[in-house]
Design a protein around this ligand. Structure first.
Ligand code: GLA
Length: 687
């Protein structure tokens, strides 16, 4: 899988560039583009993502001369191309001639063309046409020297509820369950008289009078992800017929619910991710780090590629704050610190027309004489100086568990509360880690190939679904000496959203030494939590949203609910299991003291993970022998090098650090000033 990136970066260094849509411009502009790209240090552009109608204006009528010219121009300028199979947005002729190729929503509305992404993933007409255009593109350009990578489709995420999708869903279910009896059992269709007597009766979870079957919904999510993966594979297979060699990928979208990326990763030669952190969010830097941790987790801890980001504002939020060049630089260098080996943008040149005309780009509509473009240029120059980071591993000892099945299931309707959003819980836990200076991979609990024993501490903030195999892996991890922190409303259901029988979390309660008999939404204002364990007596916190009616089955109780419906129940506990240790945190805990951050700090300490926390807003990350320190805040601060070095890899030599961007050398125990949004990249040993 991800090895495809090394071949590109060995040749080109850190990848820098973006989506390039020359079909929107005339020739003179192409020439200017290429000249400006060179000046900006661009070495890779993604071409053709939305070019289908320009390449095939009528079915079977191809127009390639313009793309020939663009690829030649780019190649002559030494700019490599990530060439798209342009199948994300079919031309109007497809929807016009084949209305059945258009997608249908859950309420039966057929979506029109005139936008983009208007296809039904099951449509034979779409698939035939998509394979045909991909075949043309791959056959024509597989040997073009500019092409170094293939970009199949774009941001796969289409969902359709049409009759053809219903048929394919039934095929998928037949393969999964074999018999109707097994399907009825798996979906618990005895509830509400839903038993199916004929495969033909089974439908996607379309709009219905009341709540739909949760197992059916989960299976439809899985099916939808598999169906899109099938499309991606079809495109990749076309490319492979013409090019056996160069990496093929598509762009993921971080925490996007439409596909389960863990099912895709084996088919992606490069893990490529799009990210658009909201500059308006006070947690943008921490949350951006979390998305980077997900990408690295998907890449098995190796390098990955940022396929898209915005140079300044996006245009799809309600209110689109701009990003200063300094802030953009922090985001790009932050990703690099977290294992990213390329910074690509949507898009190279800002559109003058179309729905994305207010979306920023590397080259704004106002031209090159702009702060955004000058920032892009200086960043391009800096990235050349950071080539040594490429391929280096990120130093991390902690994992955050997160899998799509659990996310999907925990966001279904009719739960004890709709207020315990799993992603918000993950983010809240990670923000505490981030403040403490801890880097964590995001890895799935539901895959056997994740090596949990590589981590000193595993956090499970929102593991609603826990099947028996995953529980057995966690048990073995802890018994073997690992440390696990378990969050609220975890281990409640199996992979079909059926509740586990018995005290909760049934598959893991012996590991936690705590069990619950009821999930209890807390009144507005929450409940007081009183701490009682050694070293924490007298601390008080607040429990919010949901708790569990618990008892200790052997765990040391650290905190109990002091009032409200759970008064006297265990809120936080610690338990020894085998040679390891577990921490149970059964609610959303807030401080100021005795809050989540304090529990995580204690668990990290217990697991021997040193904290790299510097001043507020300062993030430090070790990548290989290089320390990246980022001031995400709008105020000056300092960087304590001795403290930062203390949490780095043990093998790193210490005496002098060299700033890879300025050449300055610093004593390894110095305190460096950090200006607002400043980033320093310091090499130990040989720069
Ligand atoms: C996505 C798409 C791009 C563009 C950007 C805008 O990432 O892939 O084509 O629309 O969003 O932010």
């Amino acid at each position: 899988m991800a090895g495809g990136l090394a071949r590109l970066t060995d040749e080109l260094g850190i990848l820098y560039g973006g989506d390039y849509n020359p079909e929107q411009w005339d020739r003179e502009v192409w020439r200017e583009d290429v000249a400006l790209m060179r000046e900006a240090g661009v070495n890779l552009v993604t071409v053709g993502v939305f070019s289908w109608s320009h390449l095939e204006p009528r079915p079977g009528e191809y127009r390639f001369a313009w793309l020939d010219e663009v690829l030649d121009l780019l190649h002559d300028a030494g700019i490599a191309v990530d060439l798209a199979t342009p199948v994300a947005s079919p031309p109007p002729w497809l929807g016009h001639r084949h209305p059945e190729s258009l997608p249908t929503t859950a309420d039966g509305t057929v979506l029109s063309y005139g936008s983009r992404n208007q296809f039904c993933p099951s449509s034979d007409a779409y698939r035939t046409a998509a394979v045909a255009i991909a075949e043309q593109v791959a056959a024509r350009y597989a040997r073009h020297p500019a092409v170094r990578m293939w970009h199949a489709g774009n941001e796969y995420g289409q969902v359709c509820f049409c009759d053809r999708c219903a048929e394919r869903f039934r095929d998928w279910l037949r393969a999964r369950y074999g018999t109707l009896d097994d399907l009825n059992a798996a979906w618990a269709t005895a509830v509400w008289s839903q038993e199916y007597g004929d495969w033909a009766e089974i439908l996607p979870p379309r709009v219905a009078p009341y709540h739909r079957n949760p197992a059916q919904e989960l299976d439809f999510r899985r099916f939808g992800s598999d169906l899109l993966l099938d499309l991606y594979r079809e495109q990749k297979a076309v490319v492979r017929r013409h090019d056996r060699d160069r990496p093929v990928t598509t762009n993921l979208m971080g925490f996007f619910g439409g596909i389960d990326p863990h099912d895709w990763r084996a088919d992606l030669d490069v893990v490529a991710d799009d990210a658009y952190p909201d500059p308006a969010s006070p947690d943008a830097a921490a949350d951006a780090a979390l998305v980077n941790h997900l990408a690295r987790g998907l890449a098995g801890g190796g390098s990955w590629l940022r396929m898209e980001q915005a140079a300044s504002a996006v245009s799809w939020r309600e209110h689109n704050l701009t990003k200063s060049p300094e802030r953009l630089r922090t985001e790009v260098l932050q990703a690099l610190a977290h294992g990213c080996d390329g910074a690509l943008f949507f898009q190279w040149r800002q559109a003058r027309s179309g729905p994305e005309r207010f979306h920023s780009a590397m080259l704004p509509v106002a031209g090159a004489d702009t702060a955004v473009h000058q920032g892009v240029r200086s960043l391009g120059a800096e990235l050349r100086a950071l080539r040594g980071l490429v391929g280096e591993p990120v130093h991390r000892r902690v994992a955050l568990l997160w899998d799509w099945t659990s996310w999907w299931a925990a966001t279904q309707v009719a739960l004890p509360t709709a207020r315990l959003d799993p992603l918000a819980t993950l983010q809240a836990w990670h923000r505490e880690l981030w403040r403490l200076g801890v880097v964590a991979d995001v890895v799935p609990a539901d895959r056997a190939d994740v090596a949990l024993h590589d981590y000193d501490l595993v956090l499970a903030p929102a593991q609603y679904v826990l099947d028996d195999d995953s529980a057995a892996r966690l048990d073995a991890y802890v018994a073997g000496g690992g440390h696990l922190v378990w969050g609220p409303f975890g281990g409640v259901a199996d992979g079909l959203s059926h509740l586990h029988a018995g005290r909760s979390p049934a598959p893991l309660r012996h590991v936690l030494g705590v069990s619950a008999e009821e999930w209890v939404p807390l009144p507005d204002g929450g409940s007081a939590v009183a701490w009682s364990g050694a070293g924490v007596e007298g601390l008080r916190g607040t429990a919010a949203t949901l708790g569990e009616r618990t008892r200790s089955d052997g765990a040391d109780v650290l905190a109990t609910y002091d009032d409200g419906p759970l008064a006297g129940c265990v809120a936080v506990a610690r338990h020894a299991h085998g040679s390891g240790r577990t921490w149970y945190v059964g609610t959303a805990l807030a401080g100021p003291a005795g809050g989540l951050g304090d529990v995580l700090r204690a668990a990290l300490d217990d697991a021997g993970v040193l904290l790299g926390g510097q001043g507020p807003g300062v993030e430090t990350v070790w990548r290989g022998g290089v320390l990246v320190a980022i001031n995400h805040a709008d105020r000056s601060t300092t960087l304590d090098l001795a403290a930062a070095r203390a949490v780095g890899p043990a093998a790193v030599p210490t005496a002098v650090l060299t700033d890879l961007l300025t050449g300055a050398r610093h004593d390894g125990s110095a305190t460096l000033p950090l200006a607002p949004y400043d980033v320093v990249v310091l090499a130990t040993g040989r720069p």
